[in-house]
Design a protein around this ligand. Structure first.
Ligand SMILES: Cc1cc2nc3c(=O)[nH]c(=O)nc-3n(C[C@H](O)[C@H](O)[C@H](O)COP(=O)(O)OP(=O)(O)OC[C@H]3O[C@@H](n4cnc5c(N)ncnc54)[C@H](O)[C@@H]3O)c2cc1C
Length: 387
């Protein structure tokens, strides 16, 4: 079932082959050993242009459309969510730079972000500022030609391996300024687990899934950042600048959810034809057949919502509503579908012999990151009520 063009089908074929050869074989062993994605795989993804799919060729990107980006993301996530997620951070930083960076910043950073030579991490969340971004406390104080950053960040995924932390900090110390006192800075650092204490210290957070990438609690103490790394070169615009990334990041997250759910569905479909109980494959029982039908229907609905948001984005239309709908629906769909897939596997679904438990553990995060489902619904409702 497809309404995609021949070009988009070719994109899918190529990335599916890459995923089968490079991602699927390592996903389970690496997940179970809690090992991070190998550097060689990230390099290959960079060489294939996966980090700069939608960026314009003049800045080193592939100049492809959002539908292609969603297809690539979906297929990589079908192999392993962590691999489908590596490019999310470069997408966020690149989109920010494209929309709000100075020309000098675009030329300095974008080509390397597009090639994967520079890997970035997003340092927005703080221990006391999650959904409520406006309450961020991390301080960026101007000191000559630099900013000195001090404060605590949390859930900074990929912080250890990143060359840049795309970091939101308070440039106006007046707490009443809330979202009007925030700026985004590109904090350049050396990749490595040791960080650079006390300037930047990091501790990994133990998680139930998403094992190919580690998330860190970070502490920064007078971390110097050249003033030329302030996005757009103007203070106190960070909150508004970040909004430029929401549509892209939500579309990409919806595609990740579709990919994980698709993997779970395919596993359940195959197993239902092989597993025999009461003398017949369990696929012959109506209860199982209906689960498969519901799973496939929900996945296709989420995929179509995602592609619809992509098509709007490709036309240059505002699509925060559609991207939000795709994200919230796909996130919740992925949790339901992966759980039902485990049910089809019965007891084996709960064992580590089969990857279906990985899909379920990984899928749970979709309702939490890139805007929780609750916040997403608020955003959607606000748009609907605007009239
Ligand atoms: C695996 C993982 C990776 C992550 N990676 C990153 C990353 O790379 N960079 C980064 O900056 N962050 C990252 N995050 C953080 C993520 O974005 C936050 O967890 C998320 O924004 C929610 O913030 P919080 O955890 O502080 O929850 P809170 O904001 O404290 O929310 C707690 C609960 O209250 C609800 N709630 C809060 N406010 C409202 C409201 N106004 N109305 C209704 N309900 C509300 C929430 O929906 C949630 O259910 C990651 C998180 C996880 C789990």
């Amino acid at each position: 079932m497809s309404s995609l063009s021949a070009e988009h089908e070719e994109v899918r074929r190529a990335v599916r082959q890459f995923t089968e050869e490079e991602v699927v074989p390592i996903a389970d062993p690496y997940d179970q050993a809690n090992k991070e994605i190998p550097a060689g795989l990230i390099k290959k993804m960079g060489d294939l242009g996966y980090f700069g799919l939608i960026f314009p060729p003049e800045y080193g990107g592939a100049g492809m459309d959002y539908v292609s980006m969603a297809i690539v993301t979906e297929e990589l996530s079908r192999g392993w969510l962590s691999v489908g997620s590596v490019a999310t951070r470069n997408l966020i930083t690149g989109t920010l730079l494209l929309a709000h960076g100075t020309e000098e910043q675009k030329r300095r950073f974008l080509p390397k972000i597009a090639s994967g030579e520079i890997l970035t991490a997003a340092a927005f969340t703080e221990p006391d500022a999650g959904s409520d971004t406006a309450s961020i406390k991390t301080r960026a104080r101007k000191d000559g030609e630099a900013y000195l950053i001090s404060g605590a960040k949390t859930w900074c995924t990929f912080a250890n391996r990143a060359h840049i932390l795309t970091l939101m900090a308070r440039t106006d110390p007046e707490p009443a300024k809330r979202h009007k006192g925030l700026s985004i800075l590109l904090v350049e650092k050396e990749p490595g687990d040791g960080f650079d204490p006390p300037v930047i210290s990091g501790e990994p957070i133990k998680t139930i899934g998403y094992h190919g990438m580690r998330s860190f609690s970070l502490s920064l103490q007078d971390c110097p950042v050249p003033a030329k790394n302030l996005i757009g070169g103007v203070e106190n615009k960070g909150f508004y600048q970040l909004m430029a990334t929401y549509e892209s990041a939500r579309i990409q997250t919806a595609a990740r959810a579709v990919g994980v759910a698709q993997a779970a569905f395919e596993a359940a479909l195959k197993y239902s034809k092989e597993r025999v109980q009461f003398g017949q494959p369990i696929a012959s029982f109506q209860a199982i057949r209906h689960k498969l039908a519901d799973m496939a229907t929900e996945i296709e609905a989420a995929r179509r919502l995602t592609y619809y948001a992509c098509e709007m984005k490709d036309r240059g239309a505002r699509c925060d509503l559609e991207a939000g709908m795709a994200k919230v629906f796909a996130a919740e769909m992925a949790e339901r579908v992966t759980s039902e897939a485990m049910q089809v596997f019965g007891g084996y679904g709960y064992s580590q012999e089969f990857p279906v438990q990985r899909y379920w553990r990984d899928a749970r995060v979709f309702r939490i990151f890139e805007g929780t489902s609750e916040i997403q619904r608020e955003v959607i409702a606000k748009r609907l009520l605007e009239g």
